[in-house]
Design a protein around this ligand. Structure first.
Ligand code: SF4
Length: 424
């Protein structure tokens, strides 16, 4: 496939006016990120400093772990803490002491702020500094906010990774960092392909353990694997690293453009690139051909939730033949999603933020074949006769890269098929 010819489109969405809405919004909070981060970072523990509501959210989202002790928990702020009648910092120190005594395998402890801890202005960064002094070098204590005040669920990962960046060691070597928590199987596929391109020094961030963390410096280049990592991107740039900008690796086209951007940054020749990618590219194209027959011509509406909306809309429109009606995203950071916006053909409403009632009306008026939305909106929209897909599922599932391209398309077809079957 010739990439440059595939890029010829009439007009992308990068210059269309964005509908900005600031009304009631329906999103999960950043604590949700702990569900996939605690699986990815194997020597970490996430201690949420929050309420019983926060503990319930985590418990119900993560399910019950039978075979292993979970690597997250909640230090519950009781009424006396909230009323300022007890020194919450002292109590926190006590809880951390008990936890680290009982779990010596923990090497990184994240104190995660919540709505209640922010409301009572509990300074977790100070607590993290104090506890790091106490437990270093064995345990590193960091803090970030997972609060639902003005944030969306994928921002928890961004805040977590951004909190690690200042602790990364310096290097003067030329290295590549893949930024964003990917399922291990996808991470291994990318590392293998990039290794075959001849780029030898590649690390993933977050690393599976503290001692495998990437190093950072002026000769380090990084590429984002997820579009919701704006703060992490800025923090790495502040440390001197170079941001390789690209479309996100969803589908055959997205993955090729993403790898191509890496290849260009590391001076890998075209022949080498084709030699390494031709096989997986044709597997991805073949897998997508089947699903394209099913999705082609169907309409899709994205409610803002995960910040994956623009790259996924690009995938569904260009690689699966769908028609996007509206593509809503909680935030649109053009520095990060520009390449995908340039490729997404002009036509859908591009909206940022949310006024949920107005957006539901637009959705109902358009009667899309598929609606991607948060869990809270899915059931009411299904009751209205719309086929829905939870956007959170797209963060939990392996969807990046060539080998997952067909599965990614199939994830979007499943709800449409279910509704078609129910209507017969
Ligand atoms: S952080 Fe806020 S939004 Fe999230 S569960 Fe706790 S109270 Fe609810």
């Amino acid at each position: 496939m010739n990439i440059s010819s595939s890029l010829k489109i009439k007009q992308g969405c990068n210059n269309v006016p964005i509908l900005k809405e600031k009304g009631q919004n329906e999103v999960f909070c950043g604590l949700t990120g702990i569900i996939w981060l605690h699986r990815k970072i194997q020597d970490a523990f996430f201690l949420v400093v929050g309420s019983r509501t926060c503990a319930h959210l985590l418990q119900s989202a993560a399910g019950v772990m039978i075979f292993a002790e979970p690597r997250f928990g909640t230090a519950i702020l009781e009424e006396k803490d909230l009323a300022g009648m007890a020194d919450a910092q002292d109590e926190l120190d006590l809880q951390v002491e008990k936890l680290l005594e009982r779990r010596p395998e923990i090497k990184q402890l994240f104190l995660v702020g919540s709505c209640p801890s922010e409301v009572i202005k509990l300074d977790l960064s100070k607590a993290a500094e104090r506890l790091t002094l106490k437990y270093a070098p064995n345990v590193r204590v960091l803090s970030y906010s997972g609060s639902g005040i003005e944030t969306t669920f994928t921002q928890g990962e961004d805040a977590c990774l951004a909190s690690i960046v200042p602790t990364l060691d310096d290097t003067s070597q030329e290295e590549l960092i893949l930024v964003g928590a990917l399922p291990d199987i996808v991470e291994d596929q990318f590392l293998s392909l990039i290794g075959k391109l001849g780029i030898k020094k590649v690390t993933s961030f977050p690393s599976r353990t503290k001692n495998k963390a990437p190093k950072v410096g002026k000769n380090v280049k990084f590429i984002l694997c997820q579009p919701f990592l704006g703060d992490t991107c800025e923090a790495l740039e502040k440390r001197g690293a170079y941001h390789i900008k690209a479309s996100f690796p969803f589908g055959e086209e997205g993955t090729t453009l993403w790898l191509k951007a890496i290849a260009k940054a590391f001076n890998v020749g075209e022949n080498k690139f084709d030699e390494v990618t031709n096989g997986p590219r044709s597997r991805a194209t073949k897998a997508l051909e089947k699903i394209k027959q099913k999705l082609s011509g169907k309409s899709v509406f994205f409610f803002p939730d995960s910040q994956l909306e623009i790259p996924l809309a690009r995938f569904l429109v260009r690689e699966c033949g769908m028609k996007a009606v509206e593509v809503g995203s909680p935030y649109i950071n053009k520095k990060i999603v520009l390449s995908d916006m340039e490729l997404l053909p002009e036509g859908p409403i591009i909206s940022e933020g949310q006024d949920v009632d107005l957006q539901i009306e637009r959705c109902k008026a358009n009667k899309p074949d598929l609606t991607i939305c948060g869990m809270g909106l899915a059931n009411p929209l299904e009751a209205e006769g719309l086929a829905t897909k939870w956007s959170i599922e797209l963060v939990f599932s392996p969807i990046h890269g060539y080998e997952q391209a067909g599965d990614l398309g199939a994830l979007f077809y499943r709800p449409i098929k279910r509704r078609e079957v129910l209507q017969i």
